[in-house]
Design a protein around this ligand. Structure first.
Ligand code: C5P
Length: 244
């Protein structure tokens, strides 16, 4: 399917970064008139296992299970097997080639997204770890390998999405966290470093954005969602054939 046809309600994946199923369900109920895609990450999964995941799927919504699997290939394969056939749409994995291959072999109906570089990780962190090159180069390298090995897409910051789209074409999903509201942003005010707006992310080639705190901590989450969806709709409209 052309990425242009992804429904607007699925473009924002709301990150349910809360600790209890009750809080998560309240958030879904608050947002579901506008958003039908939710991310369950480590915090919530530790607090509710598959309970919340199944509840969201049963409600007819999509789930991105963001557990960022990283282990020996056999263990990752068995973990991915536990997730397929549950109605989950996206699952995330880290890793080098053997890990990614193992995950791909067991994915069933799941779409696998490889994490390129966490959006809280910046150039200074690279230097501190003694790594040469730029974050953008590392992201590109990992995205290319993930696609070659059969992943459906990558998780990457909106700043790198453009390069990935340019280098790898239209055949991959790009899911972008580190989204903040506002037209001119350079500082998130929190732990996210490589941030963009929802509109910028889509313009740069992202297919989806992951948004947590800007929605979940807003006084009026629906107002934030509507503003982001307006920006997204404009970016999709402006993108060329097949783009986004
Ligand atoms: O609150 P905020 O919008 O920063 O939340 C972003 C979400 O996206 C968090 O759940 C975080 O775990 C996730 N994420 C990320 N960077 C990645 C992958 C996932 O920030 N590379």
């Amino acid at each position: 399917m052309s990425y242009k046809k992804i429904p607007l309600q699925e473009r924002i994946i709301v990150a349910l970064d809360v600790s209890s199923p009750e809080e998560a369900k309240a958030l879904v109920k608050k947002c579901e008139s506008h958003c039908t895609f939710y991310k369950v990450g480590l915090q919530l999964f530790m607090g509710s296992w598959f309970d919340t995941v199944d509840w969201i799927v049963d409600r007819g919504h999509k789930v991105m299970l963001d557990l960022k699997f990283f282990d020996i290939p056999e263990t990752v394969k068995l973990a991915v097997q536990q997730v397929n056939d549950r109605g989950v749409t996206f699952a995330t994995i880290h890793g080098n080639d053997p890990i990614i291959r193992a995950a791909v072999s067991a994915r069933g109906d799941l779409q696998l997204l490889a994490v390129t570089v966490l959006t809280s990780f910046g150039e200074e962190d690279m230097r501190a770890m003694g790594m040469t090159g730029s974050v953008a180069d590392l992201v590109s390298f990992r995205a290319k390998r993930a696609l070659e090995l059969g992943c459906d897409g990558v998780v990457s910051s909106g700043l790198e999405a453009e390069k990935i789209r340019r280098e790898l074409g239209e055949k991959l999903l790009i899911v972008t966290p580190g989204i903040r509201p506002g037209a001119n942003i350079t500082d998130s005010g929190d732990d996210q470093q490589r941030i963009v707006t929802a509109g910028m992310a889509l313009k740069n080639g992202a297919t989806h954005v992951v948004v947590g705190r800007p929605i979940t901590r807003a006084l009026d989450p629906i107002a934030v969602i509507e503003q982001m969806q307006r920006e997204i709709a404009m970016s999709v409209e402006e993108a060329g054939p097949g783009r986004s």
